[in-house]
Design a protein around this ligand. Structure first.
Ligand code: TYD
Ligand code: MG
Length: 452
């Protein structure tokens, strides 16, 4: 009897070792190396008839390569198309990652139902009935979408040969297993092997494949970086599960830019594309409220107006609390220190709570000025004029710093009917004759005297 063959894999980076060791020498993580059974039978192609596997590719001159096939699939979803760089490339492998319950299955099922092409949606997580129930919520009538519940790649390929789909969706890669490897589904060697079988299938038949991948608690795609290296495109679906807005972004894209962004709203009947996000993120109320300010931010390439809310109140307990949702709390502390030192506001004994509305998390430093305006407005209990918005970074010396793509931000603010925008006086603004009044500030003190 053949001896069972095992190998040791780092569960973090996927490096292979002949024997166990405490630390992975590649990624320097401790206790991540685990034994997996990799007994391999003789390897076959994804196809049952192996003639395709014998084909040998030969080098071609760049100009000889035929690119006519590279016409992209329109996914009928403008947000997904935008993030992918104009649609799905035939033969490409796309990985969609995201936390559980964020809506990955919903998004891809919705795309499969909308597509006019023949789609195969393979699920290893839900039964056909469950998927049907979900499909009925989203779009009850679809002609070309096939649902398969299967986890063994060989069986999936058998069905693919029978149906010949134009696009294949796998929910999720962590549930798949192949006969050629004996370790359990979700282990590094299984994920790697199943993905490489799918890659071979995708490249040989020019059929695009989309994989759903789970995310671990620290935000990485479960089963290793290796998966991200193997696929062509990595998309991430993120958002706060308790809010309705979801953001789709590309972390890697071999066929397009990674700075595009898609925004969706989760509704009772699936995900709705949000074409003009600024309009919903900025709440409309009639009376002036203190503690709110609007920032003109950029998420990827898209300008987005976001409302910042702050609450400053006298601390009840000894140590004041600083809490922030959607904005880095360290940066909040830094801005509070700047306000104290450079503008003379005594906030040391105050609780400060900050919230970016819509459940969105913002990294763009251009929201600093709006954060400061919201805090001061709450502290003084004077509302910021609702026709003003802000776009500038604040430095440690209390200086108002320029931000990138200022023209785009100004135009978005103008489009939404703002009358004034406060920016850094060092920003180079090339657009002229705007209906919106551009006000310049150099230091925090200028902002304070302009606003209050
Ligand atoms: P799901 O796609 O199952 O998440 P994932 O595959 O990322 O784990 O989405 C689950 C959530 O979406 C669930 O909490 C219910 C919600 N949902 C809606 O609000 N509306 C809908 O039409 C559907 C199908 C789901
Ligand atoms: Mg799911």
């Amino acid at each position: 009897m053949a001896k069972t063959k095992t190998t040791f894999f780092c569960q973090n980076c996927g490096t292979q070792y002949p024997k166990w060791q405490g630390q992975c020498t590649a990624c320097k993580e401790w206790n991540t190396i685990a034994e997996e059974i990799v007994q391999k039978e003789e390897k076959k192609s994804w196809k049952s008839d192996t003639s395709a596997a014998k084909r040998v590719s030969k080098p071609l001159k760049v100009k000889e390569i035929d690119t006519t096939e590279e016409r992209r699939f329109d996914t009928r979803d403008s947000e997904l198309n935008r993030v992918l760089g104009g649609g799905i490339v035939p033969g490409s492998l796309t990985l969609l990652g995201g936390e559980p319950g964020i809506g990955k299955s919903t998004l891809l099922l919705q795309v499969s139902l909308k597509l006019p092409h023949k789609t195969l949606y393979v699920s290893g997580e839900e039964s056909q009935k469950q998927i049907k129930m979900r499909a009925e919520r989203i779009q009850p009538d679809s002609e070309n979408c096939y649902i398969l519940t299967e986890t063994k790649t060989q069986n999936i390929f058998k069905q693919i040969e029978a149906i010949e789909p134009d696009i294949v969706i796998i929910d999720s890669i962590q549930t798949l297993h192949t006969d050629y490897i004996e370790s359990s589904p979700g282990s590094i060697s299984q994920i790697r092997e199943c993905t490489s079988e799918l890659i071979k299938f995708a490249k040989e038949t020019a059929t695009p494949v989309i994989l759903i991948g789970h995310i671990t608690k620290d935000g990485n795609i479960a089963g290793p970086k290796i998966l991200e290296h193997m696929v062509d495109t990595v998309l991430q679906f993120e958002g706060d599960r308790n809010h309705v807005y979801r953001i789709l972004r590309a972390l890697k894209n071999r066929f397009g830019s990674t700075s595009e962004l898609g925004i969706y709203e989760m509704q009772g009947n699936g995900l709705r594309e949000v074409i003009n996000p600024s309009e919903i993120l900025v709440s409309k109320h009639d009376e002036d409220l203190s503690g709110t300010a609007i920032a003109a931010t950029l998420e990827g390439m898209r300008p987005l107006m976001i409302e910042i809310q702050a609450l400053v109140s006298t601390a009840v307990y000894g140590t004041p609390q600083r809490s922030s949702t959607g904005y880095n709390v360290k940066r909040l502390n830094m801005l509070l220190a700047v306000l104290e030192k450079r503008a003379g506001f005594r906030l040391g004994a105050k609780d400060v709570f900050l919230n970016v509305t819509g459940g969105i998390s913002v990294d763009d430093p251009a929201i600093d000025l709006a954060v400061i305006a919201a805090i001061l407005s709450s502290n003084e209990d004077i509302a910021v004029d609702r026709s003003i918005c802000f776009a500038a970074e604040v430095g440690l010396a209390g200086e108002i710093r320029p931000v990138n793509r200022i023209d785009q931000r100004i135009l978005e603010a103008e489009k939404l009917g703002f009358e004034q925008i406060l920016v850094s006086k060092h920003n180079k603004i090339s657009i002229k004759n705007t209906a919106i009044q551009v006000r310049l500030a150099g230091k925090i003190e200028d902002v304070v005297s302009e606003l209050f």
